[in-house]
Write a protein that binds this ligand. Structure first.
Ligand code: HSE
Length: 296
């Protein structure tokens, strides 16, 4: 096979208390096409800044070939990204997943999805976006002896994930740099208990339980200062009855609801309380993970 296109869903990580562990795939996609050539690297479809060999799709492509002990020949990579970049919706994980799957498919699909997750997790450092991008749906992951272990959880199909995406980005390393390296035991207990409740509420479609459970003491409070509108938007969303959290490392904020009118309710009030411009993106759960959509 010479050429393939991989479609990878957006993902929201953490889901409040499930820091570095929970994630969910959403119906918004980045498609990446890989075509083997005689020599060289050509990357199109993205800003010039992302056309170098450190492009994540290419680095994971090379990592998979290295693990197969296969040579890297030339490759043309075309990126068609609908996932907003550096906004907390899994754009980096999508490129890593696409590169890993692209290399594997072009060289005969010798590695399993778990094998590809192992390789990309070693590059990313935490599996919470990668796992739902590979498997779809709602996932929880742990890293045991350096290897990621993922399980899927049942999820009520009617949830709407209304993403509020600002006009500024927030690099994940910056969003992680503000986190403390140690936390009180009471905060650890708080997150374990709330995390378990979040999973059950998402399964049952229990919006009230989700609203109460979706609170966190490991990361969100520390990250608020990087997102000036955070507290005003949180207060507004909490008046609607929806659950609220930071999407991944931010800056996207996420409302999770069963109310089909939440977007119009927020649209009336949001501009009056915010400094940044916030685009509302109604998203729904993607139960299928990354897949090959074209191959020849
Ligand atoms: N769990 C990660 C974080 C997600 O919150 O930093 C971003 O990759």
């Amino acid at each position: 096979m010479k050429r393939c296109t991989i479609r990878v869903p957006a993902t929201t990580a953490n889901l409040g208390p499930g820091f570095d562990a929970f994630g969910c795939a959403l119906k918004l996609y980045t498609d990446v096409t890989f075509e083997e050539t005689e020599a060289g690297l050509e990357i199109t479809g993205c800003d010039e800044a992302f056309t170098c060999p450190d492009n994540l799709a290419y680095t994971s492509y090379c990592a998979v070939l290295a693990s197969l002990s296969e040579e890297v020949r030339g490759v043309k990579i075309h990126i068609d990204a609908n996932i907003p970049i550096c906004r907390g919706l899994g754009s980096s994980a999508a490129l890593l997943v696409a590169g890993a799957m692209g290399a594997n498919v072009l060289r005969g699909s010798k590695l399993s999805t778990q094998g590809l997750l192992n390789i990309t997790n070693a590059m990313e450092g935490h599996p919470d976006n990668l796992a739902p991008a590979f498997y779809g749906g709602l996932t929880a992951s742990m890293v045991d002896n350096g290897l990621p272990v993922t399980v899927n959880f049942p999820l009520h199909p009617d949830w709407e994930f209304l993403a509020l995406v600002p006009d500024f980005d927030l690099p994940t390393p910056l969003a992680r740099s503000v986190l403390p390296t140690e936390i009180p035991r009471s905060d650890a207990v708080y997150n374990i208990a709330h995390g378990a409740m979040v999973l059950k509420a998402l399964e049952l479609g229990d919006e009230r339980l989700l609203r109460n459970a979706m609170q966190d003491r490991l990361h969100q409070n520390y990250r608020k200062s990087l997102i000036p509108d955070f507290e005003r938007i949180e207060a507004l969303v909490r008046t609607t009855g929806a659950a609220f959290c930071l999407s991944g490392a931010g800056p996207t904020l996420l409302c999770i609801t069963l109310d089909p009118h939440l977007e119009e309710k927020l649209a009336k009030k949001l501009p009056a309380i915010t400094q940044a411009n916030w685009e509302m993106m109604p998203l729904f759960v993607e139960f299928q993970g990354a897949r090959v959509i074209a191959a020849e």
